[in-house]
Structure formats: structure tokens, C-alpha cells
Design a protein around this ligand. Structure first.
Ligand code: ZN
Length: 277
């Protein structure tokens, strides 16, 4: 199942057709995407809905518009830790992002004036379903609603300031595009091993597989939920593979006019154009 948000309304994608959840259910189901992540199965009755329209020309919003929490994981691929000159962690590196940073899969990324070290980070994003606390890794996948693509756009200058400022440097408005859809876990043959890539101006700069994550999706859910109760619609950005701009020689960064494309196998692509703020 693919759940999207179109003009703020929960929308299923079925064979390239859009099904508006509230209308197709005759008002029985909410139009708010946030109301469905805890029980995506409730939408399955709509997969045969007659009331649909072509998806071709529509603009998708962030599929999870108001997550209760946005949790992010740093240094979760070995080669990215090495290119960042950081030790390979033996426990997850966790930080927070704020929801103001979220935007849609085709929205503009605004590069603030004076920020000359803004970098890309393609990431697999976990969208929590039922959630809960104290979830064992073996029980994690059934608590996840689905997966989507994300960017963890980062102002490296701010990120590396002083004692490190991950939360601020990765929470500027528009720095967290997600989408295009939330794809339910059952849609993937193997949700633990998906190709992930990022292109900048058409050049493939990141290309890896989520099977190379140091801490897998189930391990992250277990580790985070040990002390933090996960709620429906919470997001976990799982970390980026190697190939960020900071790690190149010489380093390369984003500026107005550049195009960032983020693709994950089985989910789809986002295309975000950078603009000068
Ligand atoms: Zn990241």
C-alpha cells in the first residue's frame, strides 16, 4: 500500500490512480494522513475504490505532515563514518530534528544567505505504525507502518560548531524533504536491503544499499524505543551512506539552482531544486 498526501489529504496510490481516503470511504475514514499510520490495514478496503483520478499531474506533499517526533541517526554506514573522519559507532548516534524542516518530495530546498557548506544526505526514513516502548528487534517490523525517502540536508559549518550542533544544522526550514509516498512494509520483498542513491545535477554522488546499515531498522527501533515511546507517524531518519559533499576532494556543497534527486528501491524518487534564501 502507498499512502500519500495531496493538498493535505490522505490519498492512496493504486495503479497510478489516486484514491482520496475520506471521499472513497464515504466519510468513514479521516482525511488527515496522520490518523492512519497506526493502522494502515484499515485502508485496505479502499484499494478497490471506484472513485479515483489519475496521479500524473498531481503535486505530492510530505506524506507525513506532522510527525510527533523526528528522530535521526548519524554515522550509520561504515564508509560514511570513515569519510567523516569519525569512529565507527558501537551504539547508534541519535539526535533530533524539528518538524518545521519537513517539506514535500518536489519542494524547493532553501539555502539561507551566507550558508556556503550545505550538504546532501540521502536517507531511508522509517515511518512508525503502532509503535510502543521497549520493542524487541524481532518484533520491530510489525510496529512500522512503512518506509519513505528522505534528505537530511545539513549546514556543515553549523553542524561542526563547538560541541557539534546536529539538531540545529539539520532543522532549517525545508532541510528535510520526505516522500513521495509511505510504502507499507509488506510491499517490499526484503525491506532490510534496498538500493539507495542520490544525484546532484544529474551526477550520481551516493549509491549504496540499506543492507549496509551498521544498525538495521529493527535494531534502531529496539534501541530508540528502549527509553523513548514511539508513536504512530514518528519518523526515524536512518543515516546516510558515503558520498556526501563534505567527503569529496575538494568538498562540494549545494547552492541555488542545483537539483537533488533521492531514490530508494521500491519507494520512488524525490526531486528537490535548491534556491537561494
Ligand atoms: Zn543524516
Amino acid at each position: 500500500m502507498r499512502l500519500a498526501s495531496v493538498q493535505g489529504r490522505a490519498t492512496l496510490l493504486v495503479d497510478e490512480q489516486l484514491v482520496d481516503v475520506e471521499r472513497a470511504s464515504g466519510g468513514a475514514l479521516s482525511s488527515d494522513p496522520m490518523d492512519h499510520f497506526g493502522e494502515l490495514e484499515a485502508l485496505s478496503a479502499l484499494l478497490d475504490a471506484e472513485d479515483s483520478q489519475p496521479a500524473a499531474a498531481v503535486v505530492f506533499d510530505a506524506p507525513v505532515p506532522r510527525p510527533p517526533k523526528v528522530i535521526a541517526i548519524g554515522l550509520n554506514y561504515r564508509k560514511h563514518a570513515i569519510e567523516s573522519n569519525m569512529p565507527i559507532p558501537d551504539e547508534p548516534v541519535v539526535f533530533a530534528r524539528f518538524s518545521n524542516a519537513l517539506c514535500g518530495p518536489t519542494d524547493e530546498i532553501v539555502i539561507p544567505a551566507g550558508c556556503d557548506q550545505v550538504d546532501w544526505e540521502a536517507e531511508l526514513v522509517i515511518v512508525m505504525g503502532r509503535g510502543g516502548g521497549g520493542i524487541a528487534a524481532a518484533d520491530a517490523w510489525p510496529r512500522v507502518a512503512g518506509l519513505t525517502c528522505g534528505q537530511d540536508v545539513s549546514d556543515r559549518r553549523e553542524q561542526m560548531r563547538g560541541m557539534k550542533q546536529f539538531t540545529v544544522a539539520k532543522s532549517y526550514d525545508t532541510f528535510a524533504p520526505i516522500g513521495p509516498h509511505v510504502v507499507s512494509v509488506d510491499e517490499f520483498a526484503n525491506p532490510d536491503d534496498l538500493e539507495i542513491s542520490c544525484s546532484v545535477d544529474g551526477e550520481r554522488v551516493q549509491n549504496s544499499r540499506t543492507g549496509d546499515l551498521i544498525f538495521s531498522v529493527p535494531e534502531l527501533v529496539e534501541w530508540v524505543s528502549r527509553h523513548i515511546t514511539l508513536e504512530p507517524g514518528d519518523l526515524i531518519f536512518t543515516g546516510t551512506p558515503e558520498g556526501v559533499g563534505m567527503g569529496q576532494d575538494p568538498p562540494r556543497y549545494l547552492c541555488g539552482g542545483m537539483v537533488v534527486e533521492t531514490t530508494i528501491e521500491g519507494i520512488g524518487s524525490m526531486r528537490n531544486v535548491c534556491v537561494d534564501g
